[in-house]
Write a protein that binds this ligand. Structure first.
Ligand code: 9MR
Length: 452
């Protein structure tokens, strides 16, 4: 009983964090409650995140499909309806009707909408591939402007460019944009997108970038370059299509964290995992846990609702079976979003709740060969906290290379972190999070917290 009530407090705390994050983005629906959430969307909202599904307009007439979407999810990505061949089948003739069927319903329910996708070599209208460079450039910019203008202010994040890299880290050579416009087309697309809808987050989205490999390293280098030169980019989408040949990488969370440390949000954009039963459920739980472990991982989208409508239905990769029954994978995702079994409960004797007026800090460290990410949770006692300082003594040899959501005094030895503007005030019993990334070994630290 005691554990349950304190978990409820922790959930309220998560709602508080969520509210702060959403005030900043202004785009994510907050559907969480203080009690154990019973839907994916509500549970994700309580963690400050969205949980979306790819939706196909042609299934919306099926009552169970529509109700499962609107009951369980607080986010959506139109699966094919915003792709170039659908929205601009002929030059400068736009058709938004099938995507609008999804967007209208999503907006009426306050869902987070991902726009997919503006510039992609596939599902492109036939007329595009015959253009010369000058015409292709103007067609690309006109497409970005036309599509983004239609939904201006309504889309949380756009996949501005999709799947531009090859597995070896080079550029994908079959892209007509790559062939005719050269490497600069990605930057041109992002700059145009920022102007077209300054409030949308602008993402680069790809697959097989989920672990650390030549392809993800190349995307990482691009984001780093964009950030250093002021090219607008806000987020990176990790498609996360997994099966036996392409399992969830062991360094999945570390990969998300290294991108986040560049100053972009990360999102799991097209999640599906082939399999069944406990193995599938465990894989899903690992993915959700990884996102929850990275404060800039703002949401998860599964690539479909029932298995039967998946692009790879034979692999039964989704959370609902063909009759919309909840699979073991559904339950493990919901449990994980609701706190899972890995977070030590706040009433653990080694992790006492803070005394009145004080704060407490706990850290979760993810260590890999040569580097680490620490996520620190700062929790107020039974009185309001108005500003805090967390002190961490790092092991020798550990050097911090970046951090988020806190100011820090140095990079090694004893480091003090103080709140930034938006997370200094913590209501009684509630929490905020900040994080850091470093090289060396960052495990075994015990943070302490002092309230101002
Ligand atoms: O799920 C989509 C499927 O219905 C389409 O036939 C296919 C066409 O390429 O695209 C699928 O979605 C893809 C997404 O747009 C980009 N990443 C890979 C997805 C799976 O192929």
């Amino acid at each position: 009983m005691v554990k349950e009530s304190l978990r409820a407090v922790a959930r309220k705390a998560a709602v508080f964090v969520a509210a702060g994050a959403m005030a900043a983005s202004g785009a994510v629906a907050l559907a969480g409650t203080a009690d154990a959430a019973t839907t994916l969307g509500a549970a994700a909202a309580a963690r400050g995140r969205y949980f979306g599904a790819a939706v196909a307009a042609n299934h919306l007439g099926e009552a169970q499909y529509a109700s499962t979407w609107t009951t369980e999810f607080n986010g959506v990505t139109p699966e094919n309806e915003m792709k170039w061949q659908t929205v601009e089948p002929n030059r400068n003739q736009f058709n938004f009707s099938s995507a609008d069927q999804i967007v209208t319903q999503a907006r009426s329910r306050g869902m987070t909408i991902r726009g997919h996708t503006l510039v992609w070599h596939s599902q492109l209208a036939g007329w595009v591939s015959g253009l010369d460079a000058t015409n292709l450039r103007s067609a690309m910019l006109n497409h970005i402007n036309g599509v983004m203008a239609h939904w201006k202010g309504q889309i949380y994040a756009w996949d501005v460019v999709n799947e531009a890299f090859a597995e070896n880290g080079g550029r994908r050579s079959e892209s007509v944009f790559q062939q005719k416009l050269g490497n600069g087309y990605i930057e041109e697309a992002f700059r145009a997108a920022r102007t077209a809808d300054p409030n949308a987050k602008l993402c680069y989205n790809d697959y097989n970038t989920d672990g650390m490999n030549a392809k993800s390293n190349a995307v990482y280098a691009m984001v780093q370059d964009f950030k250093s030169r002021g090219v607008p980019i806000d987020c990176v989408g990790f498609q996360s299509h997994f099966n036996a040949q392409s399992p969830v990488p062991s360094n999945y969370q570390q990969n998300l964290a290294r991108f986040a440390a560049l100053g972009v949000d990360v999102q799991i954009t097209e999640l599906d995992i082939e399999g069944s039963g406990t193995a599938q459920a465990n894989n899903y739980a690992n993915v959700v846990r990884a996102c929850l472990g990275v404060s800039r991982c703002t949401g998860i989208t599964v690539w479909g609702i029932p298995d039967k409508y998946s692009w790879r239905a034979s692999g039964t990769p989704l959370l609902f079976n063909d009759n919309y029954g909840k699979k073991a994978a559904y339950t493990s995702v919901l449990n994980e979003l609701n706190g899972g079994t890995t977070d030590p409960p706040p009433d653990d004797p080694e992790d006492p709740p803070p005394a009145d007026g004080a704060c407490a800090a706990t850290v979760t460290t993810n260590q890999w060969q040569g580097g680490f990410v620490g996520t620190v949770r700062v929790t107020a006692g039974s009185a309001q906290v108005n500003g805090w300082t967390v002190t961490v003594t790092l092991p020798s040899g550990a050097t911090l290379t970046s951090g988020w959501n806190a100011n820090r005094s140095g990079n090694s030895g004893t480091v003090q972190f103080t709140n930034v503007g938006f997370n200094g005030s913590i209501a009684p019993g509630q929490s905020v999070e900040f994080g850091y990334q470093g090289t060396g070994t960052g495990t075994g630290v015990t943070p302490s917290c002092a309230a101002d």
